[in-house]
Design a protein. Structure first.
Length: 413
């Protein structure tokens, strides 16, 4: 069976001078579209059922539905290869068409303005056959006219020869009386879905239908993670099968991770955040200057990363309505008060020290101890990251205030 078709002949584009006459992004969009269709099918699986991709065709639920997915922008005309080639594939001797209840051609295309295929789903198999015979007859008549013109050209010593068009060749194969039984088995089950939403709209529709419990800023990430799961080596190596159990497990995992009111602390890609840090740019910032007070320059990059983690999480949770400012203020205030008490105690332990070098060393030890202590859960979320809590420290250290009672310091003098 053929996979999703993205040939540019069906989607003509203008190419600027020097550019290649194809766009690989069309292929990836079509593949994403196919996988999104597969995910939607997964939601309707019963226990012990599976969705297969690229096994019996584009998207298959064994014993129930086989779907061919076409991501095209032109019209589905009577002679369009998407129709005839799909029927031809389903007629193949190795395809077990009678094992399915429905054979579905799903396409983003609309029927052509004068297409006889309109109303396909309301017709009986015999009526569908009649429509195809009419189309085939028209195609042959047009081919005969071209052949007659070609004979005139040959008579005038022109060397061109006439070959059947690709469309006519497909129609000749499909309509051959020798294969009529196979064709009727297809027509008894065939359903055409035209005007399917494009990729962008399909993602929007999926979010609205299935992801209402997910934080708005994480809906696309949810879908991206699911597509990544489907692309995983494990699924591909097992024949690209998604079982109902595998689907349910992954959907539950991602829901728990991105739900609007999570019990578990959000995951953060610290590797990506780290690449955005420039130590020289952060040195003038107040939180960084408070670290360099005890000659802690070597800690600056990690401190900046932790601060960025805290900023990122807070921004996302506030945007999605998971977190409200009074909750954040309360969490930060508790850490400020606790830190101030522990710092006053550490200062007492240094009361007999007179060497600035020793005071700086004690301050660095205090810094490391504070950054390594157990983490108080943020808003009741399990597994609150230590990087986040340390980032809260650096946010507090970066706040300007003339009131010494609300100042956050690392130095023990």
């Amino acid at each position: 069976m053929e996979s999703v078709n993205t040939e540019l002949s069906a989607n003509t584009v203008d190419v600027a001078p020097g550019e290649l006459p194809f766009d690989a992004t069309l292929l990836f969009k079509a593949l994403q579209y196919q996988l999104l269709v597969a995910i939607e099918y997964c939601h309707d699986l019963a226990p012990n059922e599976s969705v297969w991709i690229e096994v019996s065709g584009d998207v298959t639920v064994p014993g129930i539905t086989q779907t061919e997915v076409k991501y095209y922008t032109d019209n589905l005309t009577d002679s369009h290869a998407n129709f005839w080639n799909t029927v031809k594939n389903w007629m193949h001797k190795s395809f077990s068409r009678t094992s399915f209840r429905r054979l579905v051609l799903l396409t983003t295309q609309e029927f052509g303005a004068r297409s006889e295929l309109k109303g396909w789903n309301e017709r009986t198999p015999a009526e569908r056959l009649e429509v195809m015979e009419n189309i085939f007859a028209s195609s042959r008549a047009a081919a005969n006219k071209r052949a007659a013109k070609q004979e005139i050209k040959v008579a005038e010593h022109e060397s061109e020869t006439t070959k059947p068009t690709k469309s006519l060749s497909l129609q000749q194969y499909v309509m051959d009386p020798v294969r009529r039984d196979q064709l009727m088995e297809v027509l008894e089950r065939m359903h055409i879905t035209t005007g399917a939403a494009d990729l962008k709209q399909s993602i929007h529709n999926y979010q609205r239908r299935f992801l209402t419990m997910i934080r708005p800023s994480k809906c696309q990430q949810f879908i991206d993670d699911f597509l990544g799961f489907i692309w995983s080596y494990k699924l591909l190596s097992d024949g690209w099968q998604i079982t109902q159990q595998d689907f349910s497990t992954k959907f539950t995992e991602l829901t728990r991770q991105y739900i609007k009111h999570p019990d578990t602390f959000p995951q953060i890609d610290t590797t990506a955040l780290k690449t955005t840090i420039n130590v020289e740019q952060i040195k003038p910032m107040l939180f960084a200057r408070k670290i360099t007070e005890f000659n802690g320059e070597k800690h600056l990059k990690k401190a900046a990363l932790h601060r960025l983690v805290a900023e990122t999480v807070i921004s996302e949770l506030l945007t999605d309505g998971v977190l409200f400012k009074p909750e954040l203020d309360g969490y930060m205030q508790n850490h400020l008060v606790q830190h101030q008490f522990l710092r006053e105690r550490a200062i007492l332990d240094c009361s007999e020290l007179t060497s600035q070098v020793e005071l700086e060393k004690k301050s660095e030890i205090f810094y490391l101890e504070r950054n390594s202590t157990d983490v108080a859960p943020f808003c009741g979320m399990d597994h609150t990251r230590i990087e986040f809590r340390n980032g809260i420290y650096h946010l507090l250290a970066g706040e300007e205030s003339e009131d010494e009672d609300v100042q956050f310091h690392w130095r023990l003098w």
